[in-house]
Design a protein around this ligand. Structure first.
Ligand code: 3Y8
Ligand code: NAP
Length: 249
């Protein structure tokens, strides 16, 4: 009997959990524990790190998982690297469920940068009103460009002091809407948006809103992840599972 571990935290991971909840395939949804109240899932959930690749490999073996689906975010670099290592070590097959990167279209004013550090450097220059829509984990890097007024969008109320002297916080979790992000950008007089190239629908609203307002976007390219089999749809994951089930693996 197969048993699936989903490394979650994205819209697609939630869609896979919904699909598996309709089958008799035992599955467990894993959150890192990054936010206070993660979204409930229709299958059992576990929260917290595994203790590196070794910990994950051990967890897969000890709990008798037969399949590992990495449905984490394209920027969850370390988790995806650990999933490849743990799969190799444990022999449990791995499949990544991910989404294609966004591509700029007519009317987009993107400046693509390699990573967060390059985005910080690109912000050198006179004071602007900048929306940082990249979450909480990399905010301190922007302290070296304190001249700007930053609009920060965070999932949870910040606990400690923020590393930016001149900022406004909006606490909200996606998926976001174009209407909502248009209103947000206008309300705060935003002149520039900083975004990760997450792909998918959940975070695209700010790009559509920026396009409509003709605002420049600093687009942070995805990290190059370890090589692994990748699919872009829940159906392809179900086929991967069904196929192996059909073979009675
Ligand atoms: C904890 C679990 C679902 C999943 C929803 C997606 C869409 C909405 C858009 C912006 C961009 C950002 C951020 C974002 C989005 C979805 C998805 C996505 C971006 C939750 C969630 C967890 C996290 C972790 C959180 C990070 C942060 C990143 C905010 C749940 C809500 C900026 C990424 O405070 C922190 O420490 C937050 C950390 C990692 C990036 C960062 O570096 O700060 N996501 N986000 C997961 C865990 O514990 O394992 O409650 O659902 C999930 C979602 N966030 O099922 O509907 O699929 O991408 N998440 C980015 O894309 O740039 C916000 O503001 O415009
Ligand atoms: P990361 O930097 O790649 O991972 C750091 C460590 O966090 C991992 O080594 C692992 O700890 C733990 N971890 C990460 N994801 C986990 C999961 N789903 N289940 C159990 N442990 C997990 O990860 P991240 O970028 O902080 O992302 C954390 C979570 O937020 C993931 O679920 C991801 O899908 C979600 N998310 C991230 C982003 C983003 O921009 N990075 C955006 C949206 C959603 P151990 O080494 O101890 O096992």
């Amino acid at each position: 009997m197969i048993k699936v571990l989903i490394l979650g935290g994205t819209t697609e991971a939630g869609e896979l959990a919904q699909a598996l909840a309709k089958t008799d395939v035992p599955a467990l949804y894993s959150y890192a524990g990054r936010v206070k109240t993660p979204k409930p899932q229709p299958i059992p959930v576990r929260t917290g790190g595994f203790g590196g690749a070794e910990g994950l490999g051990e967890f897969l073996r000890a709990e008798g998982f037969t399949h590992l689906v990495d449905a984490t975010h394209p920027f969850a670099e370390q988790m995806s690297r650990n999933a490849v290592l743990a799969s190799d070590q444990s022999g449990v097959p791995l499949l990544a469920l991910t989404r294609s990167p966004w591509q700029p279209v007519e009317g987009d004013r993107w400046q693509e940068v390699a990573n967060v550090e390059a985005a910080v450097q690109a912000l050198a220059g006179p004071r602007q009103r900048v929306m940082l829509a990249i979450g909480r984990q990399h905010l301190e890097a922007f302290a070296s460009q304190p001249q700007h007024h930053y609009l920060l969008r965070l999932v949870d109320e910040p606990t400690g002091a923020l590393p930016l002297p001149n900022c406004t916080v909006t606490v909200d979790r996606g998926p976001f809407t174009t209407k909502g992000d248009l209103a947000l950008l206008k309300r705060h007089g935003i002149e520039r948006v900083v975004s990760k190239n997450a792909g998918g629908e959940g975070a695209a609203a700010k790009l559509l809103a920026a396009r409509e307002l003709g605002l420049p976007v600093l687009m942070i390219k995805r990290p190059t992840l370890a090589t692994r089999p990748e699919v872009h749809s829940v159906d392809q994951v179900l086929r991967w599972l069904g196929h192996e089930v059909a073979l009675g693996v």
